[in-house]
Design a protein around this ligand. Structure first.
Ligand code: NDP
Length: 448
């Protein structure tokens, strides 16, 4: 039976009706569908197998109650999730996010993006994402520990080294991974590489902490090199001051760029003299040890702090959004273009609204979507899984080399599918390259 060609509006209308209210999920699918639908219509084998329809429905979603006791003896209740999105090319793999904004829509968008991202890494990993609306901010270590133990008491039934391997994300760093892995190991009575982002003493990988930020900047450098340019001497605006932002800033400094801003959920700091290595060390300590606010930087170094604002009005050559989703609106994108922006690489997942992406595209700004530019984190997580399976540890140099090679391969895949009239559409390149690998695997399995 001949299948009708897909129409973007009709497809999106159906998706919105099936997933009411899940605006982040709609946005993530729309961004991909804009490229995939014309491709699928030109490649009938994918259309007849309803590949896009199948890939926009997660394999399963697990949702559960997480009860824990706070330091005052009050019983608290949160909701935990794991979205096992697609395991066509390997075990489910993707982070856990602990943040009050976490809901099913956010985790479905992140899981969907993760499928494409993991496919681009060239490693055998499917896509998943999970987390909770629990907010670690302001909680004591013991409260975080009790929450993590309760969360894992349910989650452990659904994960394993060949089934689903979670990692960190917003609100889940080394401390949380330690508590989660400790409880997993205790419940399973097995020491396996079921979580990544572990500390070095118990199976973690060198470079994992740095990988997402470093990888984002390697990708930026590859885009600039492809245009005969480089990061050297460029002014760089960064949002966020967490894991990704910290190591993106470090790599920018190593490659000779100038970092002008960093931010957190309370606002941004603008240091006209540039954030150097010493000041960055202060930020890393402030955010990971003291768990303080970015405004403390402005007080210490006497620069400007803009409460409640994002840094996109600061004139720069390069922007690296590294905080969270939907931080660059269409007006922000227009302002960045007016101020002469050359290139944007997303360290965060989906920080740019679709109409803002169109502004970058129309103005020929080099723009790397997170599924390509921030894939270095999950890539090194994949390498952590390999090291755990082989029971070996690779050196920092070897891992950095592998990370660079993977980012180069992702860049090459974007060129293969996204080069048009002397310009590279990295969104299209990443979407098509990520899709083809997963789609071909799904075709091989028949209709499941
Ligand atoms: P962290 O929790 O370490 O840091 C998050 C940063 O973003 C903090 O500065 C935080 O500010 C800020 N932030 C969080 N939520 C908001 C919000 N709603 N509004 C404004 N600022 C916010 O997380 P990561 O650095 O690990 O993650 C950052 C982004 O990178 C996320 O989009 C994540 O999905 C993505 N990513 C992370 C990877 C990783 O390996 N960690 C891998 C690939 C992508 P505050 O301190 O005030 O909370």
């Amino acid at each position: 039976m001949q299948k009708k060609k897909l129409d973007l509006n009709e497809f999106m209308q159906g998706l919105v009706e099936r997933n009411p209210g899940e605006t982040e999920f709609h946005q993530a699918v729309q961004e991909v569908a804009e490229d995939i639908i014309p491709f699928v219509n030109d490649n009938p084998q994918y259309m007849h197998a309803a590949l896009l329809e199948r890939m926009t429905e997660p394999d399963r979603i697990i949702s559960f109650r997480v009860c824990w006791e706070d330091d005052e003896g009050h019983i608290r209740v949160n909701r935990g999730y794991r979205v096992q999105y697609n395991n066509a090319i390997g075990p489910y793999k993707g982070g856990l996010r602990f943040h009050p904004s976490v809901n099913q829509s956010v985790l479905k968008f992140l899981g969907f993006e993760q499928v494409f991202k993991n496919s681009l890494t060239t490693l055998p990993m499917g896509g998943g994402k999970g987390g909770s609306d629990f907010d670690p901010k302001g909680k004591s270590d013991r409260e975080v520990m009790r929450f993590c133990q309760s969360f894992m008491t349910e989650l452990h039934k659904h994960i394993g080294p060949n089934r689903d391997v979670p990692a960190g994300d917003i609100g889940v760093g080394a401390r949380e991974i330690g508590y989660l892995f400790g409880q997993y190991k205790r419940l399973e009575n097995e020491f396996t590489g079921t979580l990544t982002g572990k500390s070095l003493e118990f199976g973690g990988s060198l470079i994992r902490t740095e990988a997402t930020g470093y990888g984002t900047v390697y990708f930026m450098e590859l885009m600039l090199n492809h245009r005969g340019d480089s990061l050297k001497g460029k002014s760089v605006v960064i949002s966020g001051s967490g894991n990704v932002a910290q190591y993106a800033a470090e790599k920018v400094l190593q490659l000779g760029g100038r970092v002008l801003t960093m931010s957190d959920s309370s606002g941004y700091i603008h240091d006209r003299d540039g954030i150097d290595a010493e000041k960055l060390a202060y930020i890393i300590d402030l955010k990971t040890v003291q768990r303080g606010r970015i405004s403390a930087y402005a007080e210490k170094y006497g620069c400007d702090f803009y409460p409640g604002e994002k840094p996109w009005s600061v004139k720069c050559d390069v922007a690296l959004p590294c905080a969270t989703q939907n931080e660059i609106s269409i007006d922000d994108a227009k302002l960045l273009v007016e101020n002469g922006i050359m290139a944007v690489a997303e360290g965060a997942n989906m920080p740019t609204y679709i109409d803002a992406i169109h502004v970058f595209h129309d103005n020929k700004v080099l723009y790397a979507p997170g599924k390509a530019s921030n894939a270095g984190g999950v890539a090194v997580s994949g390498l952590e899984m390999s090291q755990n399976s082989l029971r070996i540890s690779w050196s920092r140099e070897e891992l950095d080399e592998r990370l660079r090679n993977i980012m180069t391969e992702i860049h090459d895949q974007c060129l293969k599918y996204g080069k048009e009239d002397g310009f590279v559409d990295y969104v299209k390149g990443a979407n098509l390259a990520g899709f083809v690998k997963v789609a071909n695997a799904m075709m091989a399995y028949g209709v499941i």
